[in-house]
Design a binder for this molecule. Structure first.
Ligand code: DGL
Length: 258
């Protein structure tokens, strides 16, 4: 199975997929040469994601492709599905479970700037959270923080607080009780966000749902033993080796450049 993200965010999805399918061999691919996606135009993201997934799928022949990135999924999922001849699972903002969990009926969507402006998010809000106020904030700083955190660098509480305040300071933000982590990087720093929140907030993301879907689609397949995973980077960006300890913690070898 191939899991794809712009960087290391997809590891939050990989963690749940590994729990659901511990024997399945995984290739984790990060588009390090194209990172970050959240500040790119829709056209740039759609072109990169389709091109890279086409190349990777042709070379690796995965049993399933998981786009472990909200930005890539909300922009390019339909297109990728149309061009690949393998099943594709996407990651979309977990607005449905957030609306189900909210008592105050005010929920926040924290994603990349690109994700939070997509019509896909309007459609999910209208369908699943019509009786909620849905606040949105796009933070590319939080994506960079998650990357730094996984490289083992020190990151400041104030920067996590600033990302949350992007929601809390909006009109209605004082009543918000559930926050959708609508970027796969963000669950990797959920504890840091929770620690700086001015009151208990519930954070939800889509990783467990993706793992259930993946397990369903691959039901009946058997793999001899766990292991045989790979981690692929699309570009030899400086500092790539500093991700090795984090990759190891997720059961992956260091990045190899594709
Ligand atoms: N992890 C990605 C997401 O879920 C995007 C991060 C980025 O490249 O900006 O949206």
């Amino acid at each position: 199975m191939l899991l794809f993200d712009s960087g290391i965010g997809g590891l939050s999805v990989l963690r749940e997929v590994t729990r659901a399918l511990p024997q399945a061999p995984l290739v984790y691919a990060a588009d390090t040469a194209g990172f970050p996606y959240g500040v790119k135009s829709e056209m740039e993201v759609a072109t990169r994601v389709s091109a890279w997934l086409g190349r990777l799928a042709e070379r690796l022949r995965p049993s399933l492709v998981v786009i472990a990135c909200n930005t890539a999924s909300v922009i390019a999922l339909a297109h990728v599905r149309a061009v690949l001849d393998v099943g594709v699972v996407g990651t979309v903002p977990a607005i449905k479970p957030a609306a189900e969990a909210s008592v105050s009926r005010v929920i926040g969507v924290l994603g990349t700037p690109s994700t939070v402006r997509q019509p896909y998010v309007d459609a999910l809000s209208a369908r699943f959270a019509a009786d909620c106020t849905v606040l949105r904030h796009g933070s590319s700083a939080l994506v960079a923080l998650a990357e730094a955190h996984l490289r083992g660098e020190a990151t400041a509480d104030a920067d996590y607080r600033a990302a949350l305040e992007g929601l809390l300071m909006q009109p209605g933000g004082d009543a918000m009780d559930v926050v959708v982590l609508a970027c796969t990087h963000f669950p990797l720093v959920a504890e840091r966000l929770a620690a700086v929140a001015p009151r208990p907030l519930r954070f939800v993301d889509g990783a467990a749902g993706i793992a259930r879907r993946t397990a369903h689609l691959l039901a009946g397949r058997h793999w001899p033993a766990p292991g045989g995973h790979r981690a692929i980077a699309t570009g030899a960006v400086p500092g790539l080796e500093r991700y090795a300890p984090a990759l190891k913690a997720f059961g992956l070898p260091p990045f190899e450049v594709f």
